[in-house]
Design a protein around this ligand. Structure first.
Ligand code: BES
Ligand code: MN
Ligand code: ZN
Length: 498
């Protein structure tokens, strides 16, 4: 889809469709009112008859509205004005775009960008419109031999802004929104790909291709490199698989070479069977999504490169399968991590932390400003937070605050979880420096505590996206989260969030 920004009156738009909002109890928004005035009360008449009540999720398509230059007017219900917040804004855009795809309209001018959302700027509205519009049209149908083609898909969306002097900021926000949406689409597609295709070598190839396209530095570490570095924890997870593990490193330099990079580490388990501690078979297919942390950091670095942000960013992805097999790790095995700390593997299904700990130790060599890891780490996090909030842990409260704020701004929210010393003792092992599990309770916290033992040398945060990275059920699919949170955090760090 193509996007542009325009300031101007809705009734004067020569597009195939003009989109305007109506609040619950039939209250016209300003753009709808302007259309109504030009049409001599035509729209308010229709609304009075009860054809559009303004309920969220509803739409009404009108043709040849008098006094306007467009072919159609699409009214979109917005729900109650006092409840109109970030989520409602995004949903209104999604509803509008989905409905437009069902009409013959080839292009549309959308006047939802003019609606006030408490505390949010014009730039915010433009960015979120682009993100929501592209999110709503995302499809993953490459394995369907017969595709559900949209007959006349919407090709061009023009976003209306109220004032001419807002155009500059709006243009910048639009390109940010598009970059973020494309990063999300990459994350979704990598997540949705089946595990027989999206294995560690595939991820490495994708990273290499991205490096060429966006001018990034790229290094792929092989099993032999990992052995040399002493990454025996990561290697222990890879042992059961016929697919070779890869440690993928991508670097984007947008600031001075000497500026410390922000490092993102993404869990890249391309399929998690549990290993010898085998998972039950129900819904095991969803463990193809166990590389969504990797997918999200790849999507994020792509978006940052597209936006050419003035920061340095490095992405580290430990990629492996977790399979059972004759040479797989056993419960009871003890391995020495790259940090030198020894780990008793009590459950081979707690593999995410085993690969992340070595990747986090590896991150030390970049002398990072900040390290953030992203992982579908624990079922316990889904129990705690469901699929609404990502679990957030940090060894520095100021960093946690920045990430929480970024999540709120992007409407890709996280919730701060405790990382208190008191939980650490649950990781005690009689035979090694630690076990890889902490018992029945507080599973997302003990997993984070495990990682904290490998992140003492830098400011670090951990995002547990087990509940938020994909949806199950009828609309199964990757969500692209937390690309919005991460990109907004980085926009803020770069001073480019307006
Ligand atoms: N990838 C899973 C976590 C997961 C499970 C994410 C279900 C989303 C849905 C992870 O590797 C795992 O298996 N964790 C175990 C840890 C346990 C053995 C301590 C879990 O959560 O059950
Ligand atoms: Mn597991
Ligand atoms: Zn896993």
């Amino acid at each position: 889809m193509e996007f542009s920004i325009k300031s101007g009156s809705p009734e004067k738009q020569r597009s195939a469709c003009v989109v305007a909002g109506v609040f619950d109890s039939r209250k016209l928004t300003l753009p709808a009112e302007l259309l109504d005035k030009a049409a001599n009360g035509y729209i308010s008449d229709i609304i009075r008859r009860g054809d559009m009540e303004g309920k969220a999720g509803t739409t009404l398509l009108l043709h040849n509205v008098p006094g306007t230059l467009c072919d159609r007017v699409l009214l979109v219900g917005l729900g109650k004005e006092k409840d109109f917040r970030e989520k409602e804004f995004g949903n209104a855009v999604r509803t509008a775009v989905k409905t437009l795809n069902e009409t013959g309209a080839f292009d549309a001018s959308i006047f939802l960008t003019e609606l006030a959302v408490k505390k949010r700027s014009v730039a915010w509205r433009v960015r979120q419109t682009a993100i929501a519009a592209l999110d709503a049209t995302y499809k993953f149908d490459q394995f369907k031999s017969k595709k559900d083609e949209v007959r006349r898909p919407l090709r061009k969306l023009t976003l209306g802004v109220e004032r001419r002097n807002e155009l500059g900021l709006a243009e910048e926000a639009l390109s940010q929104g598009i970059a973020i949406a494309e990063g999300m689409a990459l994350a979704k597609t990598l997540g949705n790909l089946p595990p027989n295709i999206c294995h560690p070598s595939y991820l490495a190839e994708q990273a290499q291709a991205m490096a060429v396209e966006f001018g990034l530095g790229c290094e792929i570490l092989e099993r032999a490199d990992m052995e040399q570095l002493g990454m025996h924890s990561l290697l222990a997870v890879a042992r059961g698989s016929h697919q070779p593990p890869k440690l993928i490193v991508l670097s984007y330099q947008g600031a001075k070479a000497g500026d410390k990079p922000i490092v993102l580490v993404g869990k890249g388990v391309t399929f998690d069977t549990g290993g010898i501690s085998l998972k039950p078979s129900a819904e095991m297919d969803e463990m193809k999504y166990d590389m969504c942390g990797a997918a999200s950091v790849l999507g994020t670095i792509q978006a940052i490169a597209r936006m050419a942000l003035p920061i340095n960013l490095t992405v580290v992805v430990p990629a492996t399968e977790n399979m059972p097999g004759g040479s797989a790790s056993r419960p009871g095995d003890i391995v020495t991590s790259m940090s030198g700390q020894t780990i008793e593997i009590l459950n081979t299904d707690a593999e995410g932390r085993l690969i992340l700990c070595d990747a986090l130790t590896y991150a030390e060599r970049f002398e990072p400003d900040t390290v953030i890891d992203v992982a579908t780490l624990t079922g316990a996090c889904v129990v705690a937070l469901g699929n609404i909030a990502t679990g957030l842990f940090a060894n520095k409260d100021a960093l946690a605050r920045e990430l929480l704020d970024a999540g709120d701004e992007a409407h890709d929210r996280a919730w701060h979880m405790p990382l208190w010393e008191d939980y650490q003792e649950l990781l005690k092992s009689p035979f090694a420096d630690m076990g890889n599990i902490g018992g029945r309770w507080g599973g997302s916290i003990t997993a984070a505590c495990f990682l904290s033992r490998f992140t003492k040398k830098f400011e670090w945060a951990h995002l547990d996206i087990a509940g938020t990275a994909w949806k199950s059920g009828a609309d199964k699919g990757a969500t692209g989260r937390p690309v919005p949170l991460l990109t907004h955090y980085l926009l803020q760090r770069a001073g480019k969030l307006n």
